[in-house]
Write a protein that binds this ligand. Structure first.
Ligand SMILES: C[S@@+](CC[C@H](N)C(=O)[O-])C[C@H]1O[C@@H](n2cnc3c(N)ncnc32)[C@H](O)[C@@H]1O
Length: 265
């Protein structure tokens, strides 16, 4: 009898949660809404091909899938870079790493390496051509150190693509408040990327609008990191491009990359 009462109480709480969440407009539902099974239909809305295009992912490249989770993006990345490429699936969670190892062994081209990252160091065996952080930047408490480590692992001109949940009106507020709701305003992220020495190649605030709202930012490690050194006239004292510098400037993607992304259909 007591067992039955507990089950009734649990059912009542679950029903109340569903009603409360369903009352929100669709776009205002938290990303982990217990009511909407949006993650089960993610193939239909996450726009993976566009993310790979924004990253410029190509056969033979070395790409880091940072905070890879269960490997939603790891598998398509594995296919995109092919057998001659390499995907580093970075995770801090041991459970997620177990799932990733399973995926790497059975569901990929054998080109995925699972990496045990820490809160502040993705431990990417660089140099890499590109990196992606999907639905996870808001979880990174030590984000400044993470961005610096990613920038250092990228080759000059290499791209970092980030996609995350938009700060919704109802939750507008400090960064801390936003991330507690699994969202973050792209303006915060753009500023943090610039502070970490990245250039912003593209930003699309409405990359995804249904069933949740997500932004996309493409950031580039500059071909040459900006030097703080200036002469008294404010002119940079960096040396002119050498032969190696000219070669690097030639092989890195052009500043007009990535091509403009179409809005979500
Ligand atoms: C919401 S999941 C997203 C997973 C995956 N990117 C996806 O879109 O399916 C967030 C993941 O970020 C991981 N994570 C959080 N902070 C991290 C960090 N500093 N380094 C690596 N992984 C991290 C968590 O363990 C969790 O698996």
């Amino acid at each position: 009898m007591q067992h039955l009462n507990i089950r009734r109480a649990v059912a009542a709480v679950a029903a109340a949660t569903l009603v409360a969440t369903a009352a929100l407009p669709t776009h205002a539902q938290p990303a982990r809404s217990p009511a909407g099974d949006i993650w089960a239909t993610r193939d239909q809305w996450q726009r993976v091909p566009e993310i790979l295009t924004a990253l410029g992912a190509a056969p033979g490249q070395r790409i880091a899938d940072i905070a890879a989770g269960q490997g939603f993006l790891t598998r398509p990345l594995s296919r995109r870079v092919g057998r001659s490429g390499r995907v580093f699936a970075v995770e801090i969670s041991e459970d997620a790493r177990r799932a990733l190892i399973e995926l790497a062994e059975r569901g990929t081209l054998g080109n995925v390496e699972v990496v045990a990252g820490t809160e502040s160091d993705p431990r990417i065996p660089g140099p890499i051509d590109g990196a992606v952080v999907l639905n996870a930047y808001h979880e990174m408490a030590d984000h400044a150190t993470m961005l610096e480590a990613i920038r250092n692992a990228l080759r000059p001109g290499g791209l970092l693509v980030m996609v995350d949940n938009t700060n919704l009106g109802a939750w507008a507020g400090s960064r801390r408040e936003q991330v507690s709701h699994h969202s973050i305003d792209p303006a915060f992220v753009e500023a943090e990327l610039r502070a970490a020495g990245f250039e912003i190649a593209a930003r699309q605030d409405e990359f995804i609008v249904q069933p949740i709202r997500q932004w996309l930012i493409v950031a580039r490690r500059p071909a040459r990191l900006r030097s703080a050194a200036k002469d008294p006239d404010g002119q940079s004292t960096s040396p002119p491009l050498t032969g190696v510098g000219i070669l690097l400037a030639w092989v890195v993607p052009s500043p007009s990359w990535p091509p403009p992304l179409a809005p979500q259909q």
